[in-house]
Design a protein around this ligand. Structure first.
Ligand SMILES: Cc1cc2nc3c(=O)[nH]c(=O)nc-3n(C[C@H](O)[C@H](O)[C@H](O)COP(=O)(O)O)c2cc1C
Length: 452
């Protein structure tokens, strides 16, 4: 439950007067006021602003016309003549949808009324802003680490935030291995360098040139490394919620990392997640017990700056997906805007000037992955063996196949693809439909496309 305070007052009402009135009505109420509501214009009154600050509440206003629509228990003709509504304080409470629990109380210059909403209160605007801000300003940081120590208290707070993460059945499957020794970090670094080389060798030439300019880890630059691990069996046999989906234990550990990342950002600590590893090789270097799995390897330390956007975006390597692409309503594929319209709208943003060429083989399988430019779309009903070169899209209808085609083209555009060559090898309606979707998506995103 949370309380809503409706306020009406004359211009220049002293804060002390309003404060006393509010204190009097709050004596009987154990809950806190999360929302202060008044008529438009009064939000600029110093007494209202100070009250909102002191309560840590949110401030909302309604126009006199909106307030006039409310049926209030204590209407006033005088207020009606002055304001065009027979009530401000009570009407403001009711306009929020709250139930009135205390009708209008007055002092010489102010009136207040109190309401209650069934929903628990969120945070006030300042706190809410801080939460959204840290989410938006968290960055994966690989450059600019400073040679400054991270003290134990700060590290403790950040690890404490990680340790508060939700976890399946409260199994808390994570552990945090804090590594400062350079000798250990060197060994881990060597593993990352080897994987970096392997990845570079797998890329088409233009992509490789772009990758060469990217920094993908800061293992030796950051003063601290933290290996975040997961014990998939923690808590034994009857962990609530894990029985049907063992992946939930990994998700829990990943969420702990996100908590750590956000808290670190708030503390001014940069965090860079490195995944250029065979996890078993890192586990061997760190001498982890066999049952412990590596989830994330993090480079942590103070940095000279936090970039305003992801490094992969700033370097042109990849782009963000618009939220509207990711939200479906009631049924898979039912989005707010048409999938093609969305792609066209995002085209200016998503298409790099000179993108790589990808040959999409529709209805193929892993055997067709001869060169690095090839991407296979497998339409079969069974999940193919894992290979990122094979996209499994078991379309249930030709219409869905078209949508999948559009989606693939859009998502490739975000990953730096500028040109599509579509080759259909399966003789089916779905394969033709998916190829059509690829072409529609490609033109909507401004990719050049052709058939092979
Ligand atoms: C699971 C995971 C693994 C990642 N691995 C690497 C990595 O090996 N090297 C790297 O440079 N960035 C890595 N990143 C960071 C991403 O590139 C980064 O989160 C993304 O580009 C968005 O940027 P932002 O985190 O600054 O918003 C990883 C991120 C996650 C979540």
């Amino acid at each position: 439950m949370s309380l809503v305070l409706g306020v009406g007052l004359r211009s220049g009402t002293p804060y002390a007067e309003l404060h006393e009135l509010v204190t009097t009505i709050l004596r009987e109420q154990p809950d806190t006021i999360s929302l202060v509501v008044t008529v438009e214009g009064k939000e600029r009154e110093p007494a209202v602003r100070q009250l909102v600050d002191d309560l840590g509440a949110e401030l909302r206003t309604f126009s006199a016309d909106e307030l006039a629509e409310q049926r209030v228990p204590t209407p006033s003709e005088q207020v009606e003549q002055l304001k065009g509504t027979s009530s401000v304080a009570e009407a403001a409470v009711l306009a929020t949808g709250a139930q009135l629990v205390l009708p209008k109380q007055r002092s010489s210059n102010a009136t207040v009324a109190l309401g209650r909403t069934p929903a628990a209160a969120g945070y006030g605007p300042g706190d809410r802003e801080a939460v959204y801000r840290v989410i938006a300003e968290r960055r994966d940081v690989r450059r600019g680490f400073l040679d400054l120590p991270v003290d134990d208290a700060t590290l403790g707070r950040v690890l404490g935030a990680a340790h508060r993460a939700p976890s399946v059945g409260l199994s808390q499957p994570w552990d945090f291995l804090v590594i400062r020794h350079v000798a250990t970090r060197r060994k881990v670094h060597e593993l990352a360098v080897a994987q970096r080389d392997a990845f570079a060798a797998s890329l088409p030439p233009d992509r490789r040139a772009a990758f060469d300019g990217l920094k993908i880890e800061a293992i030796l630059d950051a003063p601290l490394n933290i290996a975040v691990t997961c014990d998939p069996g923690r808590g034994g046999r009857h962990v609530l919620g894990r029985h049907a989906d063992p992946r939930t234990t990994m998700s829990s550990a990943a969420i702990a990392i996100q908590n750590l990342w956000l808290a670190a950002r708030a503390e001014g600590l940069g965090v860079g997640w490195v995944s250029f590893f065979e996890p078993a090789e890192v586990a061997a270097v760190l001498d982890l017990p066999r049952h412990i799995e590596l989830i994330g390897y993090l480079c942590v330390g103070y940095v000279d700056r936090f970039a305003p956007a992801p490094e992969l975006v700033r370097s042109g390597w990849a782009k963000r997906r618009p939220l509207s692409w990711a939200v479906h309503h009631e049924e898979w594929g039912r989005r707010t805007a048409s999938i093609v319209g969305d792609a066209a709208q995002a085209a200016q943003d998503v298409v790099p000037a000179a993108g790589q060429c990808v040959r999409v083989v529709v209805g193929g399988d892993a055997a067709q992955l001869q060169d690095a430019e090839v991407l296979v779309v497998d339409l079969g009903t069974d999940r193919p063996a894992g290979d990122f070169g094979v996209l499994w899209r078991a379309a249930r209808t030709p219409a869905e196949a078209v949508e999948f085609g559009v989606e693939i083209a859009r998502d490739l555009a975000l990953q730096g693809v500028g040109q599509l060559v579509v080759q259909v090898v399966e003789d089916s309606e779905r394969a033709v439909a998916l190829a059509r979707g690829l072409q529609v998506g490609a033109s909507a995103c401004g990719l050049t496309h052709s058939s092979a």
